[in-house]
Design a protein around this ligand. Structure first.
Ligand code: MN
Length: 432
C-alpha cells in the first residue's frame, strides 16, 4: 500500500462523517497567464494528485466508495498545451480511487456521498464558489433526507480538526523529504556565503540560491527568499533583493526550498566581506547563544511559549551586557521594551507548508512538543538605522539565525545543523 493510501486509511478510521477537500484553485496572474500552480497540501497529502480542478471525497460510511476523486476531463487539445491529465481512468488506476467522476458532475454526485452522514468535514470560506456547490449538495441531501429516511449533514466541521493533527506529526517518509530539503538548502546557503562580497547585488545571491535549489531537484522555493544586506536586514519581510552590498555590512538570508512538497526554512547572517566587525561579532554571539540555548530546550513535553520566553531572557541579558538596553532584565521583559529589538515569535511548525498546520494551544495552554513534530527556532536582533539611542556601530544591524528542529523521543535533531553558524564556521564559509 502506498503512503497516500495509508494516510487515507488512517484518516478514514478517525472520520465521523464524510470529508470533502477541493484542490487548490488556479490563480490568474494576468489575462490568460496563470501563477505557478501548487496543489493544496491537505489534498496532496491524501492523494498525491497534483492537478487543479479536482475534488477529493472520503466517505467512510459508503459501502464501496471510500475514496472518490472528481477530476478534469481528458482533452487532447488542452493536453497538447498543458500536459497530460489523469482523467477518470487515471484517477482510478494510477491514484487508487474507488470511484472517479468529472468535476463537472460534482453537484449531481455529492448527494450519493453526503446522504447517511450527520457530519460533513469541509473547510468553509477558502473557496466561495466551492462553498456554494457543497452547500447546494447539503441542501439537496436535507430535502431528500426527511422523506427518504436517511441522515443529512447537520454539522459542518473543519477537516483541520482531524487532518492537521495528523500532519503535525511527521512520519519517516516525510522526514526523508525534509532532510533532503534541508540538504539542498544547506548547499544554497553555502553557495551564497561563498559568492557574497562587496560590490555584488542582493539579486545575484538570490539567483545563485534559486539555481542551486532547482539544479538539485527542488521543485520550487518554499517561500519568497529574503536577501537583506546592511539596513535591509532589519526589514523583517524584505523582498526587493535589489541593493548593492558594501564593505563592512552584514547580509541576512532567509531562504529554503520545497522538495517533493516539503519545506526547509533557514536563516543565516554573515559579513559581506567575510569578517565580522567587533560590534557585529558581539551582537551575533548574543543571537547565537539565544538560538543554541533554545534548540537545546527542545524535547517531548517542552512547549514553544517556554522556549520563546527563554530566548527573550537570553537576548535581553545580552542586550543589557552590550549596553543596548538599560536596567534590570526582569523589568525589561515585564514592560516588553525589548520588543524594539526583537518583535517576532521564535518558532512555527514546519512541514508541507512553511508555516505548517497544527494548533499552538490546546485547552488554553501551549501544547506540549511530541516526537515527530518539526519546528523552527529563529531568534533575531534588529536595530533600526535611525535608532540614535544606540551607539552608531550598532545602527542598521539585523541578525537572525534559524534552524529546523525535529522533536525526537530523546530530545531533538537539528535538520539544518550542518549549515555554518558559529563565527569561525561562517567566516570560513565566506572565504568559499
Ligand atoms: Mn521561519
Amino acid at each position: 500500500m502506498n503512503v497516500f493510501a495509508e494516510r487515507r486509511k488512517q484518516l478514514l478510521e478517525r472520520l465521523q462523517g464524510v470529508l470533502v477537500i477541493p484542490a487548490a484553485q488556479v490563480a490568474i496572474r494576468n489575462n490568460d497567464v496563470e501563477h505557478e500552480y501548487r496543489q493544496d497540501s491537505d489534498f496532496y497529502y491524501l492523494t498525491g494528485f497534483s492537478e487543479p480542478e479536482a475534488v477529493l471525497v472520503l466517505a467512510p460510511n459508503h459501502a464501496e466508495h471510500k475514496f472518490v476523486l472528481f477530476v478534469r476531463k481528458r482533452d487532447p487539445e488542452r493536453e497538447a498545451y498543458d500536459g497530460a491529465r489523469a482523467g477518470i481512468d487515471g484517477a482510478k488506476e494510477d491514484f487508487g480511487a474507488d470511484a472517479a467522476y468529472l468535476v463537472s458532475e460534482l453537484d449531481d454526485k455529492l448527494y450519493e456521498y453526503l446522504k447517511g452522514n450527520a457530519r460533513l468535514y469541509y473547510r468553509l470560506g477558502d473557496n466561495r464558489a466551492m462553498d456554494d456547490r457543497v452547500l447546494g449538495g447539503v441542501r439537496f441531501t436535507r430535502q431528500r433526507g426527511a422523506r427518504n429516511n436517511h441522515l443529512w449533514p447537520t454539522e459542518i466541521v473543519d477537516p483541520a480538526t482531524v487532518l492537521h493533527e495528523t500532519r503535525i506529526i511527521k512520519r519517516e517518509d516525510e522526514l526523508d523529504r525534509m532532510r533532503r530539503a534541508a540538504a539542498i538548502t544547506r548547499d544554497a546557503h553555502l553557495g551564497a556565503m561563498a559568492l557574497a562580497r562587496p560590490g555584488r547585488y542582493e539579486y545575484e545571491i538570490e539567483a545563485r540560491i534559486r539555481e542551486i535549489f532547482r539544479r538539485s531537484g527542488a521543485e520550487r522555493i518554499a517561500y519568497e527568499p529574503i536577501i537583506g544586506s546592511g539596513p535591509n536586514a532589519t526589514v523583517l519581510h524584505y523582498r526587493q533583493n535589489n541593493r548593492q552590498m558594501h564593505e563592512g555590512e552584514l547580509l541576512l538570508i532567509d531562504a529554503g526550498c520545497e522538495y517533493d512538497y516539503y519545506a526547509a526554512d533557514v536563516t543565516r547572517t554573515f559579513p559581506v566581506s567575510g569578517t565580522f566587525s567587533p560590534a557585529q561579532w558581539r551582537l551575533y554571539e548574543v543571537v547565537l547563544e539565544a538560538q543554541v540555548t533554545a534548540i537545546e530546550a527542545v524535547k517531548p513535553g517542552a512547549n514553544l511559549d517556554a522556549i520563546h520566553d527563554e530566548v527573550v531572557e537570553t537576548l535581553v541579558r545580552g542586550l543589557v551586557r552590550e549596553g543596548l538596553l538599560e536596567g534590570e532584565p526582569e523589568k525589561i521583559i515585564e514592560d516588553r521594551s525589548y520588543k524594539r529589538f526583537y518583535m517576532h515569535r521564535t518558532s512555527h511548525w514546519l512541514g508541507m507548508d512553511v508555516h505548517d498546520v497544527g494548533v499552538y494551544y490546546q485547552g488554553g495552554a501551549p501544547r506540549s512538543l511530541e516526537p515527530g513534530m518539526v519546528l523552527t527556532i529563529e531568534p533575531g536582533i534588529y536595530i533600526s538605522p535611525s535608532d540614535d539611542k544606540v551607539p552608531a556601530e550598532y545602527r542598521g544591524l539585523g541578525i537572525r539565525i534559524e534552524d529546523d528542529i525535529l522533536v525526537t523521543p530523546e530530545g531533538y535533531t537539528n535538520l539544518t545543523a550542518d549549515i555554518p553558524k558559529s563565527v569561525a564556521d561562517v567566516e570560513r564559509a565566506c572565504r568559499g
